[in-house]
Design a protein around this ligand. Sequence first.
Ligand SMILES: [Zn+2]
Length: 316
Amino acid sequence: MADFYTRLKKFEGQTLVPTVWGPDAVNTPMIRHWVETMGDTSPIHLDDEAARATGRDGVVAPALMAQTWVMRTFVDKMANNDPSPVWTDLIAAFDDEGFTSVVATDSDFEFFSELSLGDRISLTEVIESISEEKKTGLGSGHFVSTVKTYRNGAGEVVATQRWRNLRFRPLEAESVPEPQRALRPRPALNVDNAFWFEAAKEHRLVIQRCANCGVLRHPTGPMCGACQSLDWDTVDASGRGIVYSFVVNHHPQIPGFEYPLIVATIELEEGTRLIANMTGISPDDVEIGMPVELDWIDADPDLTLPAFRSVVRKDI
Ligand SMILES: [Zn+2]
């Protein structure tokens, strides 16, 4: 075990992802998709005049989109090319010792300047530290901290992100060598979202509410986007909504799911949206705008997720 940790420590300071450039420059369509999905209503992201009124030269991308600009493309991901030999070696080292699962635990961003249309963004990621083996609720593992540095075309650092993963040996693997059946992937729980999944276990769909201004928000997060308050509580959703959008997933097929899999964006009557599966309906019958009501998927003893079914009109 000590030998293994010595082997891990050698990765500290090494470059995990050598400088890679995002496939596209900062652009309006991507910004529009992002702000609509996230419910970010600040006009400085899409309205040039509004942005200039704040002293900027024109629209700026939301700071948190830094990550979006450098995400690997679908084709690149499907090709399964590791970003570097260091990456390949590190994953192999963990796999050799049975630390086959990974969960992101922390993401700590620092922003230095705003991104404008046409900016090209690059990413470099360096391994900062690797912890000794720790026991966690998910299983024993090592925390891997990396620092991602985002730069613009002029080479200036626009943001840094301290990113921490837990590489762990899943508990099921420690106690039951051959799992009976594939389970759905676990959500990446953290202090900002655990309450939502806990409520789901009790078949309660809750919506986070700012305790200061009352604005509802989803996905869950620590801060109100409207008034920046960190105080919040929750309200129980009525469970009624509509299909705002949906896709039918055929490939790739991940164990634990049934296919074809309907993945819908549901707009609740309270106004927030969430991603959920649909039950009791064939993919051919799903329509945008269709009224739906809450159902539950009790996937396994540790995972319950809200789902939605078409509202049956019994009077017809
Ligand atoms: Zn608020």
